[in-house]
Ligand binder design. Sequence first.
Ligand code: NAP
Length: 278
Amino acid sequence: MKVLVTGAKGMLGTDMVDVLSGEHRVIGVDIGEVDITDARATETLIFEAEPQIVVHTAAYTDVDGCESNIRHAYRVNAIGTRNIALACRKVGAAMLYVSTDFVFDGVKREPYLERDRPNPLNVYGFSKYAGEQFVASLLAEHYIIRTAWLYGENGKNFVTTMMRLADEQGKLKVVDDQFGSPTYTVDVALAVARLIATGKYGIYHMVNTGQVSWCGFARKVLELSGRHRVPVKPISSEQLSRPAIRPAYSVLQNSALELTIGVTIRLWETALEDFIGN
Ligand SMILES: NC(=O)c1ccc[n+]([C@@H]2O[C@H](COP(=O)([O-])OP(=O)(O)OC[C@H]3O[C@@H](n4cnc5c(N)ncnc54)[C@H](OP(=O)(O)O)[C@@H]3O)[C@@H](O)[C@H]2O)c1
């Protein structure tokens, strides 16, 4: 297939281009090529590229920044996504939209399924959910994937931040009352490659299997990177006091992926070991 990947210079987008290039003709674009908030430029780009599918990873991903830049969050994450969906509809391309665990409110105490009702708590989550709704209402041939707590080689992320802070400060304080699914970008890209080959459109959760708190995640990072002597003090979200409220529990279960296309994604600890070992 001819695949157009947006956000190609981002953390997930870089691995997406790498992985999909193994099987497809991939065109990667980022804000240097097109600003997705510009409807006409987005349409022109997609018309000229003539992709069979657009894998849309571009987003305004600064969760706390979204709280003070509400208009920008909506322009990029909701309207930008709408622009892509409309252009896909015009050229007859399918679309895969990357959404987030932050569409959920975290009230549940067992993993969220695709059929659970979103109820975002912060501006980022609202803007990404608005993007989902545009995609679902404008384009029949769509996949919406929800992933979470990403880390990878090509972006600022929790894993590398914890290792750096451990080296700089010799001790860490990490939130212990938010639970989620740490996920390696390469594993998402591999699952996307499997999914887009099926034509089985719909909503899919796509995370590494298992769950942990940020504090437990940090401890595992230190253990696997030979920094197990660095003490990690658990703190509450209230003590950290960040602008955006985060869901206390946003663990996702990949049930559609497993049931519909028979793909399982490895345990988060195994993926993390792989990432740190490389
Ligand atoms: N990171 C996570 O933990 C996480 C969790 C769940 C879901 N997601 C979703 O996964 C996707 C990838 O996340 P990521 O962390 O890899 O993101 P990222 O590293 O921030 O990459 C996003 C890319 O989109 C580009 N971009 C921003 N505004 C744009 C615009 N107006 N037009 C065109 N491109 C624009 C960014 O360019 P600049 O850098 O120049 O702004 C960047 O290259 C996003 O859709 C995100 O919502 C992420």
